[in-house]
Ligand binder design. Structure first.
Ligand SMILES: O=c1[nH]cnc2c1ncn2[C@H]1C[C@H](O)[C@@H](CO)O1
Ligand SMILES: [Zn+2]
Length: 386
């Protein structure tokens, strides 16, 4: 027995969730890239099928390690270079369908009940597919993955988000595509790619179009670049959520006596309940944060920002929703109540209609956590304690 055992407030009630409970806990994922979450074995298979010979490794295990190590560069630009390989093998209808189906299956097996998964359709046109064919192949893949998950006893719902690359000039076109598929599986829009030098205001026409259409979008901001990027994303572009947003911490001061002072932008983000799609492991890899223990999510949770936990790129970060939570449980001592708080935050911030979000919270998430939180009671009565 460790000394921690004696710090429980209720005898016998575990204070920290076990890895197995973390996996079974219902989780909601708002920030996950389709082209950043392939199974290494699938990358190898798809490369062989199309004769793509530029993979750095052809053994799936070694390839998985290669992606993690190559992405561990301390720079967002270098991190992004690894996507050349995944995008190269996602150029046909079959490949997109397979990757999307496996994505939904993998998330469901990890206990994710609702996910919004993004990708940039413009990066999948090299073999002649149209933007529409790309979107339809991915949507069909997600539906297939949901079916397979159900057959394996898991329930998941996956919405697609369409990303425009911030260095390119197709944002308006991708925003229109998002709008055209809003009733058929696409829940929102995003911009991604290198942040420094590519401010979101380059794509104002796309954001203005979506606002006029009453549609939803998030913007990668405050990851590799600081407060001006967050400010532009919110006040010029009108983003509903922030991808990462970690640098909001630069607008928060903690005095020696522990008093916290929020600047105007941080106050706005908290007051308006702007959701922050935080991705701890990804942030360590691109040097947007220094360690799990020092990751801004700890303070932002204490200060009641609308923080959520996400994977970003499961392949490049060697992670999953459960692993992200495991790291946070270890770093901050989070309990199942904290996990539920993050999960409810995420579900409140999703881009599906309000009544569906509410039903997910009340009928799926809360009962799931209640079940997990009550397990210790029955364990004690059935085994008896010494
Ligand atoms: O964390 C990220 N920041 C900026 N861009 C990113 C991040 N993760 C992935 N991307 C890029 C690379 C992908 O090819 C693209 C679409 O998913 O989005
Ligand atoms: Zn991202």
């Amino acid at each position: 027995m460790t000394s921690e055992t004696f710090s429980h407030t209720i005898p016998g009630q575990p204070s920290l969730p076990s890895p197995e409970q973390i996996r079974r806990a219902p989780k909601v994922l708002l920030h996950d890239h389709l082209d950043g979450g392939l199974r290494p074995a699938t990358v190898v298979d798809l490369a062989a099928a199309i004769g793509y010979d530029k993979l750095p490794e052809t053994d799936p295990e070694k390839l998985g390690v290669w992606f993690r190590e190559a992405a561990d560069s301390g720079s967002l630009e270098r991190y992004l270079e690894t996507f050349a390989h995944t995008c190269a093998v996602m150029q046909t209808r079959e490949a997109l369908f397979r990757v999307a189906a496996e994505c939904a299956e993998d998330l469901a097996a990890d206990g994710v009940v609702y996910a919004e998964v993004r990708y940039a359709p413009e990066q999948h046109l090299e073999a002649g597919l149209t933007l529409e064919q790309v979107v339809e192949a991915v949507n069909e893949g997600f539906r297939e993955g949901e079916r397979r998950a159900r057959a394996n006893g898991h329930r998941i719902r996956v919405g697609a988000m369409l990303t425009a690359m911030r260095h390119a000039a197709r944002a308006l076109e991708i925003a229109e595509l998002t709008n055209n598929y809003r009733d058929s599986g696409v829940v929102g829009f995003d911009i991604a790619g290198a942040e420094a030098g590519f401010p979101p205001t380059r794509h104002l026409d796309a954001f203005e179009f979506l606002k006029r259409e009453n549609n939803h979008f998030t913007i990668h901001a405050g990851e590799a670049f600081g407060l001006p990027s967050i400010w532009q994303a919110l006040q010029w572009c009108g983003a509903d959520r922030l991808g990462h947003g970690v640098r909001i911490i630069d607008d928060i001061e903690i005095a020696e006596d522990g008093t916290v002072k929020l600047g105007r932008l941080a106050s706005y983000v908290r007051d308006k309940r702007i959701p922050l799609e935080m991705c701890p492991t990804s942030n360590l890899q691109t040097a947007a944060a220094t360690s799990y223990e020092e990751h801004p999510i700890g303070l932002l949770r204490q200060l009641h920002f609308r923080a959520t936990v996400n994977t970003d790129n499961r392949l490049m970060s060697g992670t999953s929703m459960s692993r992200e939570f495991e790291h946070l449980v270890k770093a901050f001592g989070y309990t199942l109540d904290d996990m539920q708080w993050f999960t409810v935050n995420a579900m409140k911030s999703a881009f599906i209609p309000f009544d569906e979000r509410l039903a997910m919270i009340n009928d799926v998430i809360k009962p799931g956590y209640a079940e997990l939180k009550s397990e210790w009671l029955f364990r004690q009565t059935t085994t008896g304690t010494a």
